[in-house]
Every structure is written in structure tokens, then in C-alpha cells.
Design a protein. Structure first.
Length: 942
């Protein structure tokens, strides 16, 4: 009986278990099937949600885990996918789907080469599996085996499921859009039996072989930096049509040469070949620079292996034999067009920092000579030895591999020239001078932070070329008129004159050419910037930034002729178009985060304005140079009533505020203040004699600035604070001021010499909102006080951005102007660069927020701009730094003032963040002057 009870209990338990499994237990299978259908419909979020529910029921079901992983991978969650695929492999080490998934995770992370062996094993086992083929092709490409990846991608190009990915990879790898032109196999090199020399240096110039004779070729060129707005240098265009358009336009300028600073994607070389073989197009030569990686170490020779590899890549690609692997920040792909007949020369290196040269020379003090096969150095410093060795390697590599030779050069600049400049004291010499005048506490910083500009040299005249290298060598100097300072301070340069008058730039060119005598020397970089920001001043106005487009063209034309007259082999203008990603020492600390700097045009960055072509701000033609866009822009404040306070002096209409509107784009914040009447002066500027205006701007309401405004009694308060204030004043000027507690710069007097001061960052900087802060001008210091070796002091260079530049209505566009008047519609209009308002990244509405950890600036998110406007009858000159206890009353405001003087109903203008940029490109207006200059000095390529 007892045994029967045991059996009965057992049967009940088993039956209950079966019943639970069949009817009560949550079922994972339906959830899995739903998730699979959703995945096939590309609804990855919903699919992952269902799969996760199934996983809660069966956490060890590999089908569920793998489906979760594929969804995670599709959603860009590589680390989560990696964990899921790994879990599946722990449960079943032979699970093919999980192995494939791990391969795709590695490909997604850019480390496909790490899984290459596993992927190829899978492909060997199932050679017709298209998933395995795609994974193998992608991994091979990431492993740098482009030649092996290409046939696999080609095999997938006709498969509907895989063709988009396969075609995209092939187009990127070859730089060819038309699939019919992509070869089935990699072409072999065409090597002539006899040594070929198409270009050479001779008598200080380049020459091109013309049958049995040689023709002098004067270089008239443009540098191509390929980054477009929204893109970094490491993300250049991948389509050859873009480059074709550039080359057509560059050739139309009258140039005969383009220079590229580094290896570009295959699409560029495809376009270059097509351009030169298109009937009717002026041909162009190419100077291919081989950019050598930067190092913070002391030993440049430690870079030899990678430097030689980079040289080999460049030489292979110009012969149509390039197979360059994926590398962070570098171009890659298959280079199959032979352009060697158009390559004027190879240029090795970059503008080395003096501290790096000093450190390398000290670390390798015994390296003083180099005996090469083609290029040698009998006596020199270690850096000259290093460069000579790389030049000789380039000459050997091309001679041995392709039986061709072409001129080989190195990059140099005035900071490393072989001349002596008495006006340029080293920091050690400067400190000795300052100590002799009573300054104390001066300690030299770490040598790696010192870049003395007249302390060490690279002198290419020490290099010797033997007769077996018929192509010869050259040097390329980057020469700008404003830096180093000795270019315009040396008396011998100041006395130089060209046909237009005094010209220290011409003086320097003659001096450096005189040193190099008959050696071929090229000005490989010269340019002028049209940015609003100024980074260096020049006594004749040849500044680093702050030039109109017409001034840029005029100066570049003059410099182009100076270079030719001084006896150089040619000149290459910096640069083709404006580069938004470019860092500048004055603005870089305030572009936060730096990796998003290419998404907006920082007009204060002097290095963003060198281009011969520029990109229009999207709203500029409708909201500043033209005003039609305001008609569809809803005002942030608007009223039809008269001024709140009438003064009965016939100016009440001028002091009546009608509306305040705001707009923005990737470059500017636009403001429009409409008033009851706007008088016009004879000079076509607004008459503000009896009607002044404040336009306040809070860039982060409640966080920074002054609640109380200056000069107004009864006092006027902006509850959210004003971090910036525009004052339209009686003299007809507009002045932009920053709240004193939000000004991140300050003037510091020398402790020992109070008459001397330096303007620098305020550290620590902890801005806040205060009842009263005062307002200050926005001043920057471009250059600290400097010293000549004889003790002469050069005062610091400072510049105020506060006085805004006026543009007359209807005049030719002034790209430096920040305000104008629309008399027809009684409005004052402003376009303010984002950086002028301390936006560190307008694309994500980030503003400057302070410092942390010493001199590192931080940013915080803003909800948007909170503007307001006040009108008043001017009285005594306003002292912006003094709390208003006497002053004049506000006569009108937007929004309205409460009885306690506070602005009521303040509104916030906001905008959508952006992650891409669409910008129309155009020639700058001064380009025709450059065109004429090129006609005088150059000539078309033959």
C-alpha cells in the first residue's frame, strides 16, 4: 500500500510538471518567433525587447541569446553584442552563428583582423556561404589585405542582400563610383627598362622633360586640404566627382600645380588622372607630401620604420600599385591609376617644432653624417641626418622598384631657417634681460614647452646629391608675413621695398633665397585669412586674420609676385577652401568638445579662413546681407504700443521698441530689433544721438552674468542675468560687452614691474550669476611682450572684439561686419559669431562654464538664448563697471518692465542640435587678383 502511495505521488508530480510545462509555464518560443519576424523586418528595437523577454524565461537558450546579440549589433551596441555572443559560445563552443557574430563585432569595432583566422576557417568550411564571404571580405579589408578582400566583395556585388555593403566598400577602396570600371584583378606595374626622369631640379627651378630637352616649370599652385564642413581631416570626401570639381576650378585659377599634405583617398588620384586626361582641361602637376607622424619623444630615428613605410605607400600609389591598410586617421584602399608622369616631386615631413629638433639633436648628438646611395650629408646635426636618410630612402625605393626618379624635398619653415635674427631672443635670453630689470621668480619651463624660433636650424644646403640621382632635391618653406615676428621686425627686412612700397615679407624672401643660392627652394605654403578673429598683427596690416576677401586677394597676389621676384622656384597658396576643423592656439581651449569643432564655423578662429573658397552661412543671405528671411521669422517679443516713457523730445518714435527676433545657423546668432523709427546719417549709418539701445543676451539663464544693467536709474533687472550686452551708443557705434564675472580673461600686472602686464586666462574661473557684476570689453592678447637680444622690448599685441563692425545697407558684402541697418523696415540687425558669445559648441548648445584641474576649461549645456531689449535717452557716458546709482531711465523695453524694474515674461530662443552640415561653397571675392598674379608668374602644365 505504501509503495502504491509513492507511485501515486510520483505520477501526480510528473503529471503536474507536464501540465506546468505545457499550460502554466511562460513560453519562450512564441516570443522568440515574434522577435525573429521583427528582426527580419529590421525592427531591431522591438525584436530585442521580445528576445529579452524570452531570455528571462530561458537564459541558456542559444537561439535566443544569438538573436539578442544580432539585434544589439544592429543597434550599434557592440559591447552588449559581444557579451551575448560570448555567452552563447560558452554554452556551445562550436556554434557557427555565434562565431560569425563575434567576427562582425570585431569588424564593427575596427578590429576585424583579430577574428580573421576564425572567419577564414568558417569560409573554408562553407565557401558558398554569403554571410561568411561578407565577414571575410570586411575582416580582410580591416587587416589591410585589400587585394584579397576585393574579389569577395565583387562576388557579392550582384546579391540583393549584400550588394549595398559590397558596392560601398568597393567604391571606397578604389575611389571609383562606376562598378563597371572596377577591375577583377589588381593591375601589374609598368616598369620601363631605362631609368626614367621626367622632372628634375636645376639652377634653382624645376624642369620637365620635353622630348630630348628640358623646359623650366615655375610652380604656381594651391594646397588642397580636403576636409569639408562637418568633417575632420581624417574624414575626406570619398567620391572622385567632388575632387574633379575642385581640380577644374583650381585649374581655372591659372595654377599649374596642386600640393596635398598627406596621402588622400583613392578617389582623389582617380580624379587627378581623369582631369589631366580630359580634353580641353588645363593639366596640373602634383606635389605629394608624405606627412610623418608626430612624436613627443626625443628620438626621431625611432620613427624610421613607420616613416619609411609611409614613403613606400606614397611612391606605390603614384605608380598605381598602392595597397594601403586601414589606419586611424589615414586614407586607405587600392590605388590603381598610374599618375607618375604628373608628379612633380615628393615632399617629406612637416614643420617640425624647434623643441623637437633640439631634443633629437641632443639625444643623437653623435649622429652628424649620413652616407647614402643617392643623397648624403657630410656634416650636420642629427635632425638633418634623419631627414637626409629619409630622402635617400625615397630616392632608392622609387629607383629600385619602378626605375624612375623625381625630385625629393623636405618641409622647412622660418622657425628653423639657417639665418640669425637679433630681434628674436630665446626664452633663456629673455629671462636674463627681464631679471636684469628687476623681475624675479622667472623659471624656465620644461624644454618640451619651449619653442624658441631662432635657436636651432635645418640647413638643406649641407646635403649632397651624387650624379646617379638625376632628379635632384629641393626644400619647401612655409612663409607667412606675420609669424615669426622677426619677419617684420628685422631692420634689414623692414627696409625692403617692392613696386608697391615697403615690404618686409619680400625682404625675408630675398634673405632666405640668398642663403640657399642655386638650390631649388619653393614657398610651399603662403596664405592670408579672412576670419573675423585675429591671431597675429603685422605693422602693415598683413595680419593673421581680420582681412576682407578683397584684401586677401590683393595681398596674395602681391606675395605671389614677391616670391617669383625673389628667385624662388614657385609658390603654393594655402589653401583651396576654408577648413572648419582647424585648431588655432587662441581658440582651441574654448572649442569644447574639440572633436565637434568641424560642425560649426568659428569665425574667431584665424586658421579657419585661409581658403580661396568659403562656405556661406545658411541664414546669412536671408537674415543679414538680405533681410527677406525675417518676414517669416516669428518675433520672440512684439508690441504695437508707444514707448512706455515719453520724453517729448521728437525722438520718442526712435525709442519705441516694436519687436525682437532671433535666428541662427552653424556660424552666427542673428538678432533683429525693430523700432518705431530709424533715422539715417549722411554716412548711411543709424543716427543714435538721442536714442540708445541695450540688447541683453543670457546664454544660460540663471547661471551666469549680472541681473542689474548699467547706467539705468531706476535700475533695470534681468532675472535670468545678462552674460552679454550690446550697447548702441550715441556716436553711432555698437559695442558688445561681457559680464565681468563671465569674462574668462584678465589683465595681470607684473609683481616686480607693475607697468608691465599680461592678459591671460582667469584661473580658476568659476562664473556665476550675481545681482551686480559690471561689464567689460572682450579683449584678447595675441602676443605677449617679447624681447630682442639687445634688450629692446616689444609690447604685447591686444585686440578688442567689443566694437562691432558696421556694414552699410546695399554695399558689397563685408564678411567682417557684425551689424547693419534695414532703414526701410526700421530695424537694426546683428550677426554674432558663436564664439564671441562663449559658445564652445553651438551644435549641442554648450557654453563656457568654468575651469577644472587648473587651466582646463569646461562647458555646460544651455537651454538656449534669452534676449531682451531696452531703449533710453542717453545722458552722461556710462561707466559699465559701476553699479548704477545715477543714470537715465529706460524709455521702453522688450519684454515689458514690472513696477519693480524687472523684465517680465522673458522668453528663450532655442534650436535643434545638429550632427551634419550642409553649406554652399563659393569663390571669395578677391580670387580674380590671384588669377591675374598667376598669369604673370606661372604657366600651364605641359
Amino acid at each position: 500500500m505504501r509503495l502504491n502511495r509513492v507511485w501515486i505521488v510520483t505520477v501526480i508530480l510528473l503529471g503536474g510538471s507536464v501540465f506546468y510545462e505545457l499550460y502554466l509555464k511562460p513560453q519562450s518560443r512564441p516570443l522568440y518567433e515574434q522577435a525573429r519576424v521583427l528582426y527580419e523586418d529590421a525592427n531591431y528595437f522591438a525584436s530585442l525587447e521580445r528576445a529579452a523577454q524570452a531570455f528571462q524565461i530561458e537564459p541558456n537558450n542559444t537561439d535566443i541569446i544569438v538573436l539578442m546579440a544580432w539585434n544589439q549589433l544592429k543597434l550599434g551596441r557592440s559591447s552588449e553584442a559581444k557579451d551575448s555572443f560570448s555567452r552563447a559560445l560558452r554554452l556551445d563552443p562550436e556554434l557557427v552563428e555565434a562565431k560569425l557574430g563575434m567576427a562582425y563585432v570585431a569588424i564593427d569595432e575596427g578590429t576585424g583582423d583579430s577574428q580573421l583566422r576564425n572567419i577564414l576557417t568558417l569560409l573554408t568550411e562553407q565557401p558558398n556561404n554569403r554571410d561568411f564571404q561578407l565577414a571575410a571580405a570586411s575582416a580582410l579589408r580591416q587587416a589591410g589585405k585589400n587585394k584579397d578582400a576585393s574579389p569577395l566583395f565583387l562576388n557579392l556585388a550582384d546579391d540583393r542582400r549584400y550588394q549595398d555593403t559590397a558596392i560601398r566598400n568597393l567604391q571606397e577602396m578604389y575611389g571609383i563610383a562606376d562598378m563597371a570600371q572596377i577591375p577583377e584583378s589588381f593591375p601589374s606595374a609598368e616598369i620601363s627598362r631605362e631609368r626614367s626622369v621626367l622632372f628634375r631640379t636645376n639652377g634653382g627651378y624645376f624642369e620637365r622633360r620635353n622630348g630630348n630637352s628640358w623646359a623650366k616649370t615655375y610652380v604656381a599652385g594651391v594646397n588642397i586640404n580636403p576636409a569639408l564642413p562637418g568633417h575632420l581631416l581624417s574624414d575626406p570626401p570619398m567620391q572622385s566627382e567632388e575632387y574633379m570639381q575642385w581640380l577644374r576650378e583650381i585649374a581655372s585659377l591659372g595654377t599649374n600645380t596642386v600640393r596635398v599634405y598627406t596621402i588622400l583617398p583613392p578617389a582623389f588620384y582617380q580624379a587627378f588622372k581623369r582631369h589631366n586626361e580630359t580634353a580641353g582641361q588645363p593639366k596640373l602637376y602634383l606635389i605629394q607630401e608624405i606627412w610623418l607622424d608626430e612624436t613627443e619623444g626625443q628620438d626621431l630615428f625611432a620613427l624610421n620604420k613607420q616613416s619609411q613605410q609611409e614613403i613606400a605607400y606614397a611612391i606605390d600609389l603614384i605608380h598605381g600599385q598602392g595597397d594601403i591598410p586601414m589606419r586611424l586617421g589615414h586614407a586607405n584602399g587600392l590605388y590603381i591609376v598610374d599618375i607618375s608622369e604628373y608628379v612633380l616631386g615628393l615632399l617629406i615631413g612637416r614643420e617640425l617644432e624647434p623643441h623637437l629638433v633640439v631634443a633629437n639633436n641632443q639625444f643623437n648628438e653623435n649622429r652628424t653624417s649620413y652616407a647614402g646611395k643617392y643623397i648624403s650629408l657630410e656634416q650636420g646635426n642629427a635632425t638633418e641626418v634623419w631627414l637626409t636618410g629619409l630622402m635617400d630612402y625615397a630616392a632608392q625605393y622609387e629607383s629600385d622598384r619602378y626605375n624612375q626618379q623625381r625630385p625629393v624635398g623636405v618641409v622647412n619653415w622660418p622657425g628653423l631657417d639657417p639665418l640669425t635674427h637679433p630681434t628674436e631672443a630665446t626664452l633663456e635670453e629673455e629671462f636674463a634681460i627681464r631679471r636684469s630689470r628687476g623681475e624675479r621668480g622667472l623659471e624656465l619651463p620644461d624644454p618640451s614647452l619651449i619653442d624658441d624660433l631662432d635657436a636651432v636650424s635645418i640647413d638643406e644646403t649641407r646635403m649632397q646629391v651624387n650624379e646617379q640621382f638625376a632628379a635632384g632635391i629641393f626644400t619647401s618653406y612655409s612663409v607667412f608675413p606675420y609669424y615669426p615676428d622677426f619677419i617684420y621686425r628685422e631692420a634689414s627686412y623692414q627696409s625692403a621695398r617692392d613696386s608697391e612700397g615697403p615690404n618686409p615679407y619680400f625682404g625675408y624672401l630675398r634673405a632666405i633665397k640668398n642663403h640657399y643660392k642655386n638650390m631649388t627652394i619653393l614657398v610651399g605654403d603662403y596664405g592670408m585669412s579672412t576670419s573675423m578673429g585675429v591671431a597675429r598683427f603685422h605693422p602693415l596690416g598683413w595680419n593673421h586674420g581680420g582681412l576682407t576677401e578683397q584684401e586677401q586677394g590683393t595681398l596674395l597676389a602681391r606675395m605671389t609676385e614677391n616670391i617669383a621676384e625673389a628667385g624662388f622656384a614657385g609658390g603654393v597658396i594655402k589653401e583651396w577652401h576654408n577648413q572648419w576643423y582647424k585648431p588655432n592656439w587662441l581658440t582651441k581651449p574654448l572649442e569644447i568638445p574639440e572633436e565637434r569643432s568641424a560642425l560649426w564655423n568659428n569665425k574667431l578662429n584665424a586658421d579657419e579662413g585661409f581658403g580661396l573658397q568659403t562656405f556661406n552661412a545658411q541664414q546669412d543671405s536671408s537674415h543679414f546681407t538680405g533681410v527677406r528671411g525675417w518676414s517669416t521669422t516669428t518675433p520672440i517679443y512684439e508690441k504695437t504700443t508707444p514707448a512706455a516713457l515719453a520724453m517729448n523730445d521728437e525722438w520718442d518714435a526712435e525709442r519705441t521698441l516694436r519687436s525682437l527676433s532671433v535666428a541662427s545657423d552653424t556660424t552666427y546668432l542673428y538678432l533683429r530689433l525693430e523700432v518705431g523709427n530709424l533715422r539715417r546719417r549722411p554716412n548711411n549709418a543709424p543716427d543714435l544721438e538721442k536714442a540708445n539701445y541695450f540688447i541683453g543676451i543670457s546664454t544660460s539663464a540663471g547661471q551666469f552674468g549680472s541681473r542689474t544693467l548699467p547706467g539705468l536709474v531706476p535700475q533695470v533687472r534681468a532675472p535670468g542675468g545678462a552674460s552679454f550686452l550690446i550697447h548702441l551708443e550715441s556716436g553711432g557705434n555698437a559695442r558688445l560687452l561681457v559680464a565681468a564675472n563671465y569674462n574668462h580673461r584678465e589683465v595681470r600686472a607684473s609683481v616686480d614691474l607693475p607697468v608691465e602686464s599680461q592678459l591671460g586666462y582667469r584661473i580658476p574661473f568659476r562664473p556665476s550669476i550675481e545681482e551686480w557684476s559690471g561689464f567689460e570689453e572682450i579683449v584678447m592678447e595675441m602676443s605677449r611682450r617679447r624681447y630682442a637680444r639687445n634688450g629692446t622690448m616689444f609690447a604685447p599685441q591686444r585686440y578688442s572684439y567689443s566694437l562691432l563692425r558696421y556694414r552699410e545697407p546695399g554695399e558689397v558684402e563685408d564678411t567682417l561686419a557684425t551689424w547693419t541697418a534695414d532703414f526701410e523696415n526700421k530695424a537694426l540687425i546683428f550677426r554674432l559669431p558663436w564664439a564671441l558669445l562663449s559658445f564652445t559648441d553651438p551644435s549641442t548648445k554648450r557654453v563656457l562654464a568654468g575651469t577644472e584641474g587648473g587651466p582646463t576649461f569646461t562647458a555646460s549645456p544651455s537651454q538656449g538664448i534669452q534676449p531682451f531689449a531696452i531703449s533710453f535717452q542717453p545722458g552722461d557716458t556710462i561707466d559699465y563697471s559701476v553699479f548704477p546709482v545715477g543714470g537715465v531711465p529706460a524709455t521702453d523695453s522688450l519684454p515689458a518692465l514690472a513696477t519693480n524694474g524687472s523684465l517680465e515674461g522673458l522668453q528663450t530662443y532655442t534650436w535643434a542640435s545638429w550632427n551634419s552640415v550642409v553649406a554652399a561653397k563659393r569663390w571669395k571675392t578677391g580670387y580674380t587678383a590671384i588669377q591675374e598674379a598667376f598669369k604673370k608668374v606661372g604657366g600651364p602644365a605641359q
